[in-house]
Design a protein around this ligand. Sequence first.
Ligand code: ATP
Ligand code: MG
Length: 363
Amino acid sequence: MSNPSLLILPGDGIGPEVMAEVRKVIDWYGENRGLNFDVSEGLVGGCSYDEHGTPLTDETMARAQEADAVLLGAVGGPKYDNLDFSVKPERGLLRLRKEMDLFANLRPAQCFDALADFSSLKKDVVAGLDIMIVRELTSGIYFGEPRGIIEEGNERVGINTQRYTESEIDRVARSAFELAMRRGKKLCSMEKANVMESGVLWREVVTEVGKDYPEVELSHMYADAGAMQLCRWPKQFDVIVTDNLFGDLLSDAAAMLTGSLGMLPSASLGAPMANGRPKALYEPVHGSAPDIAGQGKANPIACVLSFAMALRYSFDQGDEATRLEQAIEKVLADGVRTADLLGEDGVTPVSTSEMGDKIVEAL
Ligand code: ATP
Ligand code: MG
């Protein structure tokens, strides 16, 4: 049998720097666990624009469609700020998400014990936290029609439409239930069914899908109450499923429970492929961080954790994913810190590359 394929798109700014550390981890798995991938690389974002005049070529798009998983670094940077909207680096990423039809965005909020002091919240609120937010990514108010700014009488009106079809809700709900089955078997769905029709339908469809997952304990919350509960006692949750707009807000809020942007992975999943695994794009939550690019300061953990998610959700290697997460936990417990993770206590930060080496060592 051929090896599973992984397309790596390092992108711009710190993307290539953090991806170099993931390559060390991938090599380690090949050499020590007999876990080999057909790794190929491609260009996305500003670097692709520089080379080909477009942030994503058709050829790279086609390779992404065929790969078992895509791992992306980050795109963009000040160099490209004045480009025409149609060729901006971010358009490359948006095209990937759209053409791969990645409708479920998974954002874990996980707190490594060693960093619990670092959170904006009290230690007992976040220590041991491990929740997952599933955000619908391809529909809702960001895409609904009609939209635009129109003239009405003597003033202008800005219009967006929140719109969800049953099938759009059904498929993201199924992703969330599947995930809950692999985790703590608890799912909380968040909407505003008290004031929004789309919320009423959302609650109805999620409840219906839930009948196929009798083992999962399903609850519903209004999104505003959910935001409050997320800050008050986040450990009450396991998996949260919500729409595009609420998910945008809730996942950013949840992210900050755990500390630094440099720690946060994400996955965007689509429909199952012929092999039964979903189409998938993995990427750190952070951007290209132009302010620290090229200085060896970037924290590679978010990108390494994104690869751990690929191991778990695309390559059926949940145990190996856990091994990698535990290696990171150990490195942090040993006090190894990149600059973004430094508290007050005057520890000398390690470089991007040293952090990668420490993770491999811990493996
Ligand atoms: P984007 O528009 O692509 O989301 P952004 O400017 O909003 O980009 P980032 O590029 O993520 O956000 O950077 C935000 C801040 O966080 C910057 O100061 C950056 O240096 C810091 N940062 C982001 N990622 C990391 C990382 N992996 N390690 C250390 N610092 C990081
Ligand atoms: Mg940003």
